[in-house]
Every structure is written in C-alpha cells, then in structure tokens.
Design a protein around this ligand. Sequence first.
Ligand code: SF4
Length: 356
Amino acid sequence: MSTKKLNGTVIVTYRCNARCTMCNRYKAPSKPEEEISVETLKKLPRMYFTNITGGEPFIREDLKDIVRELYRHSDRIVISTNGFFTDRIIDLCKEFPQVGIRISIEGLEQTNNEIRGLQDGFNRGYTTLCKLVEMGMKDVGFGMTVQDRNAADLVPLYLISNRLGMEFATASLHNSFYFVESKNIIRDRAMVAANFEALINELLKSNSPKKWFRAYFNHGLINYIYGQKRLLPCDMSFDTFFIDPYGDVMPCNGTREKQVMGNLNTQSWDELWQSDDAEKVRAKVRCCDRQCWMIGSVSPAMHKYIWVPLWWVFRHKFLRFFRKKKYSMYELKVVRDYRDGKVTKAQLDALSTCEL
Ligand code: SF4
C-alpha cells in the first residue's frame, strides 16, 4: 500500500433531518441497511485529514464506532453537522475530545431557520456550539453557505464566532449530484461580493495567520461566484478522495454526475486506487471546467501551492499594513468589468453551473 497520506471525506449517510433550500439530498436518502459499514472503512488508507459528512452524520447511531475506526487511519477528523442532535454530539465529543465539529449555521435566527428548514434549528445549533465550548472542545466552529438570502449576516456571524473563540468556515452555492441540485445561483453578485469583501477585511485585521489564509479562501469565493477560473489547480482524485454511503470512491462532490473510481465494498483500496476506472476519472478531473471553490478541494490545493496564498497574504496583510481597508473586491478584473457594464449579468449567469 502507498505510504503517502491522503485527504479523505467520508459521506456516512445521505439521510438528513434538515430541508435546506440549496440542497435536495434529503429527497434522495440512502437506506440505513446499505450505508457504508465499519468493516468497509477498515480498508481505507492512511489519511492526514478526514472530514465526516452527510446528509446529517449524527443520524447514524454507530457514528462513534465509525469515528473510532477512522482514528486508526487519520491524524485529524472534522465532522460537519447541522448541530440538531445536541446530546449525540456531546456524547461523541466526550469520547473524542480531539475531534473537530463544524456546525452549519446559515445566518442569524430567522434566516437560518428559513434556509435550513429546521424548526428551532438556530437555537439548537447555537446551543450545541456553546455546550461544546463549555466542555473545553478546542476545534469547534460555524460553517455557512453564503447566498443572497444570508449574505448580510456574514460579518455579524463571524463576529459571534470570534467572540466565542470558534472557527468560521464559509462556502457558497454549488450545483452537483451530491446536492441533487442544478439550479443554485447567486442573483446579486455585487451585494454578496461586498459582504465577502467586508469579511475579508475583518479577517485580515486579525493577528491570526490562519484567518489571513481564510481571507484568501473568501477572495476565491468572490472569484467563484463571478464564474471565473479557479485561483488554484484542482487535484482531486490524485491525493484526495470522497467515499459515499454506498462505498463508491469519487474524486469530489462537485461534479454534475457522480464519477466513480471504484467501490470499497467489493475491492481493496490499492486495487481501486490504481484501477483503470480511477485513471479515467483522473483524466476527467484534469479537464474539469466546473471551477468549484469548496474547502474540500481548495484546502489541499492551498497546502500544495502554498506560495500563491502566501504571496496574496503578504501583499494584503503586510504591504498594506497601515491601510484601514486592506482588500477591495475590485482587485478582480471581472468585478470591475461588471461594475463598469463591460460584462452583463446574463453573461455571468452563463458562466455558472446553474442549469436554469
Ligand atoms: S473542479 Fe475539482 S472539485 Fe470541482 S467538480 Fe471539478 S474535479 Fe471536482
């Protein structure tokens, strides 16, 4: 088996108790009896990072067994959740205090509950976060999918997370087989970008190098919502993989149709990772034009091509040390062109993955 550690995402279930407006996965859930087993997870390779996601992972009652097994393979684990099942989350964290927890909160109370379709979802998620902090959990944070409806809450939510000493992860709307959605689109790009710009300036003001790199990630999100080429190459399926509840190993969750490199229920890891099917998927990734900008594919690229974000951080944090506003969204040519009427909304819409 290869000794190179990989970055993996394990989708433990497609069942979900939320009804998010930007994700239809709850309409196509997996059946409990077909979901990936701990036995199959034993075949996974060594990983330096593993994200456990869903659906809603805490729906699985054997999640503790899954985490226990994954710690045999992985240096670090982060679980993405909607935070609804407070007792289950706390119980798991008691056994694994080193695990990371990211709770999706899509805005302040009313906006969150409307977007996620979870009654009392904000209070449940927020209460869970506060309890985890009280327990002394170190790696806890918010995750927010920024869109027209919640962009105005971006900085207020960041400030809350900051006050609580939590991580603050962002994403924007994507379309793919994983979300069972092809009609997500940002309608007022300039307004959403202006909110990202404000967040980027907040992040650059901080003394935390991690936040400066997050500022770069958010700069990439503005670039993404304007339909531009990714700021960094995408190397998914080379040293990064996703595995779904059916045991299918895939390059990522951003493709239009599911791309399968092999199946871990029926194959060994080495067999599937070195298979012809895996090579075919890698060839497709090399010419993929979806230009996603999700943390799962960007974080490995930021580590691999570190000099690109490093130079960006150096320019914005240090060369503009005395400037109050260190970053402007108009640094991106497409944002200037749209402001100046050189590019139309219809042209930008056509660059997105939305199939309206
Ligand atoms: S750009 Fe990368 S992450 Fe996005 S769909 Fe293509 S291969 Fe997947």
